[in-house]
Design a protein around this ligand. Structure first.
Ligand code: PHE
Length: 518
């Protein structure tokens, strides 16, 4: 099986390889950790209206655009944007790559916590039944174990990325099917618990209460982008390794639906446990607390095989996260190779070196004292602040500008014609142009605008929308005015990512065309 095409660019060994890799990228912590927590926080059925709007009006269409760009240009995101919409597009895409490195840093820190909990599930996790779960996680957060795990997980990523599509395909062929099997075991166990089915109603009964809250919509939109691996150009890179005749209309839609199916199944597994054991995550339960404390607490109440199910759950998160982290890192690696003609080893050394240092910062176990009260670990606070910008804003900003550039500057009609030429099951109609040119930018624009106003504390009386002020974390911490910590992180994030993207965009490159894989 050849893993490079005539031009030397690496290609997927098979169509299945691509679908597994793309769905492995999409299915990850977003589906297990973030979906459950967001759906709970935003009221189950209330979440699902903006969620489905996001899936059909934005998610699947943008998936097709991002994959289509890669497949037609056969380049990573920045080069593909450069060819279709010039320097502006390239700058946007480099900004996305810098954000991808930031996200990879903390994504892997979370995986390091998951890995530590996996180890603990064979020991102290259930030493005192359900009571020892919270303290075990607290102990992990304030220990150096996650730092060790972070290095280990970066090293694993390096192994899976070392030979490009060949090694990525090797990993996803094992991990992706395994993920579905493990999730099936968990959901069957959850739904067969007494009262487990209650969770299904909570998740599936639509509820229109929260529908006027900007935060619910932003939550659903960011969740959709993150979950589908959009807004970082990840799917563009993966699709750039497809043969010229590949049908991304079908493949893109399929990956989108598989991802959302997995997400709902994961939601069912989690909600069935919550209802079976009447576990109501309290006000102070953060996103991570939901999957690293509340779910293991549920498992402690299982009639049998608690350790096995806990280990299975953590292992599932670990492999689901690994197949996603590989793709987040492959983005910047492939982008550097395509622009500067670097070898894979050189691009990997830079991205992985930077990333590993960042992951350690997010894993820092020191607990600070503010106003005489101990707060959470320093690393976790940093993580929440960076996540607020990178997850909450950058993906959506990239999606918005990308839709405008491809829609209006390059011309979505042109891309659609190219994609339809290979589309074997159904073709995209002119409605697709309307979605990309107008619907996607308007929806994202409105959500971002309302949310910025909300963060600035501006109330919109006519619509009954209160301005809540700047809000970070799930612990109900509000920052009044400008506190130096959050402001510094905002400055660092925005300034750092914009300057880095600008420097890379204006430096030379692209004169080494089609050198391909080493
Ligand atoms: N989609 C992945 C998840 O759900 C995360 C991811 C985001 C991967 C962006 C690649 C790009 O966990």
């Amino acid at each position: 099986m050849s893993t490079a095409d005539a031009a030397g660019r690496s290609v997927w060994g098979s169509k299945l390889g691509f679908v597994l890799a793309a769905s492995g990228s999409a299915i990850g912590l977003g589906n297990i950790v973030f979906f459950g927590a967001n759906a709970y926080r935003f009221g189950g059925g209330a979440f699902y209206v903006p969620y489905f709007a996001a899936l059909f009006l934005i998610g699947i269409p943008m998936m097709i655009v991002e994959m289509g760009l890669g497949q037609t240009q056969r380049k990573a995101f920045p080069s593909a944007m450069n060819r279709t919409s010039g320097k502006k597009g390239e700058f946007l895409a480099w900004w996305a790559q810098v954000n991808a490195i930031v996200i990879a840093m903390y994504y892997i820190t979370i995986l390091a916590w998951v890995g530590s909990m996996l180890v603990k599930s064979f020991g102290p996790l259930y030493a005192d039944g359900a009571n020892s779960v919270g303290p075990t996680f607290g102990g992990v957060l304030t220990s150096w174990m996650p730092v060790v795990f972070a290095f280990g997980i970066w090293a694993l990523n390096a192994v899976f990325l070392s030979k490009g599509t060949k090694t990525i395909e090797g990993a996803v062929k094992i991990f992706v099917p395994l993920m579905w099997v493990f999730m099936a075991l968990l959901v069957v166990r959850g739904l067969t618990l007494d009262n487990g089915l209650q969770g299904v109603w909570y998740l599936f009964t639509p509820n229109f209460d929260g529908i006027t809250e900007a935060a619910v919509w932003q939550g659903a939109f960011s969740q959709m982008f993150f979950s589908l691996s959009l807004g970082l150009g990840t799917m563009t890179v993966y699709a750039s390794y497809l043969p010229r005749k590949a049908d991304v209309v079908t493949n893109g839609s399929m990956v989108g639906f598989m991802n959302c199916t997995f997400e709902f199944v994961a939601g069912l597994a989690i909600f069935s446990m919550l209802f079976a054991f009447t576990l109501y995550p309290g006000e102070g339960t953060g996103t991570l607390g939901m999957s690293l404390v509340v779910v293991p607490t549920g498992i402690a109440n299982f009639p049998a095989l608690q350790v096995m199910f806990a280990a299975l759950f953590f292992f599932l998160m670990l492999i689901a996260g690994l197949t996603s982290s590989i793709s987040i890192i492959e983005g910047p690696v492939a982008s550097l190779k395509d622009k500067f003609g670097w070898s894979r080893a050189k691009a990997m050394a830079l991205v992985i070196g930077l990333g590993a240092v960042g992951s350690v910062a997010f894993a820092l176990p020191q607990v600070l004292e503010l106003d005489g009260k101990p707060t959470q670990p320093l690393g976790l606070s940093l993580l929440e602040l960076f996540d607020h910008w990178a997850f909450g804003y950058s993906l959506l900003i990239v999606g918005l500008v990308e839709a405008v550039l491809i829609g209006h500057v390059y011309g979505i009609e042109k891309l659609r014609a190219q994609l339809n030429a290979n589309a074997r099951f159904f073709k995209l109609g002119p409605w697709f142009d309307v979605l990309i040119k107008y619907v996607v930018p308007t929806l994202i624009g409105v959500v971002l605008l309302f949310n910025v106003l909300n963060e600035l504390g501006v109330s919109i009386e006519a619509l009954g929308i209160p301005g809540k002020g700047f809000y970070i974390g799930d612990n109900g911490e509000y920052f009044d005015g400008f506190e130096w910590g959050p402001s510094a992180v905002f400055g660092l994030w925005l300034g750092g990512t914009v300057v880095a993207a600008w420097l890379i965009t204006r430096s030379g490159g692209y004169d080494h065309e089609e050198e391909g894989e080493a």
